[in-house]
Design a protein around this ligand. Structure first.
Ligand SMILES: [Fe+2]
Length: 437
């Protein structure tokens, strides 16, 4: 015979069911989702992580090979309540390490006496302008099909990169965000992971993005700039051109900030030290994909601005051209595409034989195929003249900023087991607006 569960026990169990379905936050004081970012100040590194209960925020660290954890630094904790129906609560911890020796490797863990993370290591960034940093970058690495993740994890842990640039498209709610941030920990806990917002982040006015990341500047990571090696690197939000419901002033504030930042970077004394200006933003100005995205249109909002707003909103192409931006990195399209130097929809190659030697306009790379739920996009069979190379393989891009004149880019295909399917050298003997003529 069946053993009957007493009615009141059954009811008690049933009444718990909705809580289990909704997911009660665990009592959890152990750090998760550990990631690094570079605050833009030489000798510093910022560690960010999450706990579900409030704890202290501490990083214990030491030089690789010396006594473990002989240094410690405290930081701040902030409550973040996701705006979704669950109203999930989490605590975001931030600790900035300072006084690090350039190029030295440190071992660290983070947390507090009620829970510590695993041990990780990172190499402090070298602040010299003759440093030749190595980057990996990509966009649209989703948590359901993060195809390139394993290869990136291994290469990062092998020390192949000094910095990772994630060009937008991080998961859009707290629960998926947790899964994703846990997945990228095996990259982002070892090397500064620099981000910009993408369209998925728009949920609840980018609140997950603004709260979880810790980029330089005072704009909740929406737009900022920093220097590394011979480059000045600008991260921006293309989403201000699309989500007008969050305020047109965001678009204008960013534009004014970009103008100022670029003017400053172009002061002769600054450009002499950091001659390369590189931008990263999620949605491209140009692309030859076979969808209806902004970049497929001649009058792309990001490129030419919007005239359906009051006042009309300026686009970015003219500003970047006038300020001599060398390289523009984009994602959003789930493909890889390299463009010939382009301005005003026209190819502006350096010369017929050497298009990227002293190019007459910025170089654009679109790399949004790291791996995501939507699979890669398809290309328009008749691309415009400015399309130089394209691939629908999943993959990511590597870059080495060799020196003031030479920059190397290559595209890795994950579908082809890490094969390099495209590479270029961009060579510039002059930088700035005057280099175009
Ligand atoms: Fe996107």
């Amino acid at each position: 015979a069946l053993t009957m569960v007493p009615a009141h026990t059954a009811c008690a169990l049933l009444s718990l069911a909705p809580l289990l379905v909704l997911g009660v936050p665990p009592i959890w004081t152990q750090p998760e989702q550990v990631h690094l970012s570079y605050p833009g100040v030489p000798g510093s590194m910022l560690v960010t992580w999450t706990t579900f209960n409030k704890t202290e925020s501490m990083v214990e660290y030491g030089l690789l090979g010396s006594r473990l954890f002989d240094m410690s630094t405290k930081g701040d904790v902030a409550l973040f309540v996701d705006s979704g129906v669950e109203k999930r609560k989490m605590f975001i911890h931030r600790v900035t390490l300072t006084g690090l020796k350039p190029a030295a490797t440190y071992v660290y863990h983070c947390g507090s006496d009620v829970g510590w993370s695993d041990m990780f290591s990172f190499t402090a960034l070298n602040d010299s302008s003759s440093f030749s940093p190595r980057f990996a970058f990509y966009g649209d690495l989703g948590n359901e099909n993060p195809q390139s993740l394993a290869r990136l994890q291994k290469e990062t842990q092998l020390g192949m990169y000094d910095v990772i640039l994630h060009i937008g498209e991080l998961p859009d709610n707290a629960r998926i965000g947790d899964v994703f941030m846990t997945q990228i920990q095996s990259i982002a806990a070892y090397v500064p992971y620099m981000t910009c917002p993408g369209n998925h982040e728009a949920t609840y006015n980018f609140s997950n993005y603004r709260n979880r990341f810790s980029m330089p500047g005072q704009t909740e990571s929406l737009w900022y700039s920093w220097n590394l090696g011979s480059a000045h690197i600008i991260s921006l939000s293309t989403e201000v051109y699309f989500y007008l419901e969050f305020g047109l002033e965001l678009l204008f504030n960013q534009y004014e900030w970009l103008k100022k930042d670029l003017e400053e970077a172009n002061k002769p004394e600054n450009r002499a030290v950091r001659p390369w200006i590189i931008t990263m933003g999620h949605r491209p100005m140009y692309c030859s994909d076979d969808d209806q995205d902004d970049c497929t249109k001649f009058h792309s909002y990001v490129r030419l601005g919007r005239n359906d707003t009051k006042p009309p909103a300026p686009g970015l192409e003219d500003l970047f051209y006038r300020c001599g931006v060398d390289l523009e990195l984009w994602a959003h399209e789930h493909t890889y595409e390299r463009l010939w130097p382009v301005y005003g929809d026209k190819v502006c190659n350096g010369s017929k034989d050497q298009p990227y030697v002293n190019p007459k306009a910025p170089v654009h790379i679109i790399t949004g195929s790291a791996g995501c739920r939507e699979k890669t996009d398809r290309f328009n069979p008749n691309p415009k003249e400015w399309s130089a190379f394209r691939s629908t393989d999943y993959g990511y891009t590597r870059m080495q900023l060799v020196n003031a004149t030479h920059l190397y880019l290559e595209q890795v295909s994950d579908d082809q087991y890490g094969k390099v399917i495209d590479s270029i050298w961009v060579v510039k003997e002059r930088h700035g607006f005057s280099a175009w003529s």
